[in-house]
Design a protein around this ligand. Structure first.
Ligand code: FMN
Length: 241
């Protein structure tokens, strides 16, 4: 999987064609979902040919058109590091789908949670969904509008880290991949710091959120940590804020 290429071409897609997703792609996505659920303890579900969660205009504000499929990002209610894991594994699926030529969009607000046709286990909740499908060639007026409002200039690289002095190239490559990460309202409320305190230990990187008002910043953090890992190449994260 060429995740780096996917990072460079991905953008949020809010207008979809009605076509069903090719069964060979569905199989591969299902296999990844099974793996990620085992690794994370999440209960991610792929919902196909059912757009009810996006059919209610008052909940979706008419921002989306043609959504027939989505990935329901489900985890334990109040589970430790749950939101971070949702971001990390959900974005892995987003980048995989991008490589298959599909469009995606993370959606935490503008959908109807009560109309989601997924099955929740005891003490589980839907944190958000990811719409998925073949992108429409012609974007809806609202889709164009949202993209022009949200896609202001990228935050400069320096705004993403708090480290004085020189940082190694691999750290900067990680930060560059974070620059292209999706985030709620495109706020990118994340920062990274590099430390290389002693010569006999491996250098370490810390990541944290810079605000906590919308309740989904930890999801943004999980997404940003995955992008950092893919950009910097040889990184292993712990689940920690
Ligand atoms: C956790 C999360 C929640 C989001 N919720 C919504 C949403 O409710 N509605 C929407 O239209 N876009 C939503 N987005 C998409 C962002 O607006 C989009 O990622 C951001 O504007 C950057 O644009 P890009 O993804 O094209 O790079 C969400 C993104 C994330 C990461």
């Amino acid at each position: 999987m060429d995740y780096k290429r996917a990072i460079s071409v991905r953008h949020s897609c809010r207008s979809y064609l009605p076509d069903t997703i090719d069964s060979s792609i569905v199989k591969k996505l299902q296999a990844s979902i099974t793996d990620y659920n085992l690794l994370s303890g999440l209960n991610i579900q792929l919902i196909l040919n059912n757009g009810d969660a996006f059919g209610n205009f008052s909940k979706s504000y008419g921002m989306f058109s043609g959504v027939n499929n989505y990935i329901a990002m489900i985890g334990r209610a109040n589970g430790i590091h749950e939101k971070e894991k949702i971001g990390y594994y959900g974005e892995k699926l987003v980048l995989e789908a991008t490589e298959y030529g599909l469009g995606t969009c993370w959606v935490a607000g503008t959908f109807d949670k009560t109309a989601c046709s997924c099955i929740l286990g005891p003490r589980e909740e839907i944190y958000c969904v990811i719409s998925i499908g073949y992108p429409a060639a012609k974007k809806s007026f609202k889709d164009k509008l949202i993209n022009s409002v949200m896609h202001t200039k990228k935050k400069p690289v320096e705004d993403f880290f708090d480290t004085r002095g020189n940082v190694p190239d691999w750290f900067l490559e990680g930060i560059k991949a974070v620059q292209s990460a999706p985030s709620a309202l495109n706020k990118q409320p994340v920062k990274f710091a590099y430390t290389d305190e002693s010569s006999d230990a491996l250098p370490s990187v810390r990541a944290w959120i810079t605000s906590n008002s919308s309740g989904v910043e930890q999801i943004d953090l999980g997404i940003a940590k995955l992008h950092f890992e893919l950009g910097a190449s040889d990184v292993e994260w712990e689940w920690e804020d």
